[in-house]
Design a protein around this ligand. Structure first.
Ligand SMILES: Cc1cc2nc3c(=O)[nH]c(=O)nc-3n(C[C@H](O)[C@H](O)[C@H](O)COP(=O)(O)O)c2cc1C
Length: 262
């Protein structure tokens, strides 16, 4: 699939075919994509544990769920749980930056050398960063980028994907994670039981309310020609409509098929 269409087709899928297994290689491709994501100081905070729904006990599955992540968790056969390994910066002590120096990604033209990392970047920037209150937030941003690449790869592979926030304490207990790992959202993976377009692209605030140029308050000028081009490339798609009879009918049919409340 073309890249722009992959972005356009992604929806948070909440009705999965509970009985259709996901090919192992597709899960691997999602993880491979996560690994290639850009990451500040190349630290690589993102960790993931692939959980298979059918390997969890009834009690574990029940305790993992939250009021906003319920039936979708039951329906998805695979759950990719993401974590932020906060320990990595002080374990690596700038080694991953030095790897970037060695391959010429960080060049002497820009002031980079092993000495710069050892004498300045690690002791003056990275180490103090890990001691500040904003460290978990800043590093979680990087995990989000990895998660996004995994999500889009799942879509490209024809899978249904959707993020959920599960009970973090239970995630840590069930998957026996190290103390330094912070639990983050989980990608539910399976084949969609609902139509891939799930009623259309989901509502978003107007472009002009989100993006500015020059200064806050001056909306970035949106060129309708570009919008049209992205519609042709299937990145911008038909938006989901409130009370769409077609979507309501689809949900009713899914409810009947899977014996769900309506
Ligand atoms: C980090 C993150 C956590 C989310 N957690 C949940 C969740 O617990 N339950 C849920 O139903 N949707 C969850 N979502 C999905 C959003 O609600 C979703 O993005 C929103 O419905 C917009 O629709 P779309 O993803 O289909 O474009 C989460 C999304 C993100 C990015």
């Amino acid at each position: 699939m073309e890249f722009k269409e992959v972005i356009g087709r992604r929806r948070s899928i909440r009705f999965f075919d509970p009985d259709r297994p996901v090919e192992r290689e597709k899960i691997q491709k999602m993880l491979e994509a996560a690994r290639l994501a850009s990451c500040a100081v190349n630290a690589q905070w993102a960790r993931a544990i692939v959980g298979f729904r059918d390997e969890l006990s009834e009690d574990q599955l029940k305790r993992l769920k939250t009021p906003v992540a319920t039936l979708n968790v039951d329906m998805a056969p695979v759950h990719i749980h993401f974590f932020n390994d906060l320990s990595i910066v002080n374990k690596m002590q700038g080694t991953r930056l030095k790897e970037l120096v060695d391959v010429g990604a960080l060049a002497p033209t820009h002031g980079w050398s092993h000495k710069f990392v050892d004498d300045f970047v690690y002791p003056q920037i990275l180490k103090p960063m890990t001691q500040g209150p904003g460290y978990p937030i800043a590093s979680t941003f990087d995990v989000g980028i990895a998660v996004c690449q995994a999500l889009l790869t799942g879509v490209d592979e024809g899978l249904g994907v959707g993020l959920v926030t599960l009970n973090g304490a239970v995630l840590k207990e069930v998957f026996k994670t190290p103390d330094e790992w912070i639990p983050l959202p989980t990608i539910l993976v399976g084949y969609p039981a609902e139509s891939w377009d799930g009623g259309g692209q989901r509502p978003r605030p107007p472009f002009e309310e989100l993006y500015f140029e020059g200064e806050f308050g001056k909306p970035f000028k949106r060129d309708e020609k570009v919008v049209e081009e992205l519609k042709s490339a299937k990145m911008i798609q038909e938006p989901a409509k409130p009370n769409d009879p077609k979507r309501i009918e689809e949900i009713k049919k899914l409810a009947e098929k899977y014996g769900l409340p309506m």
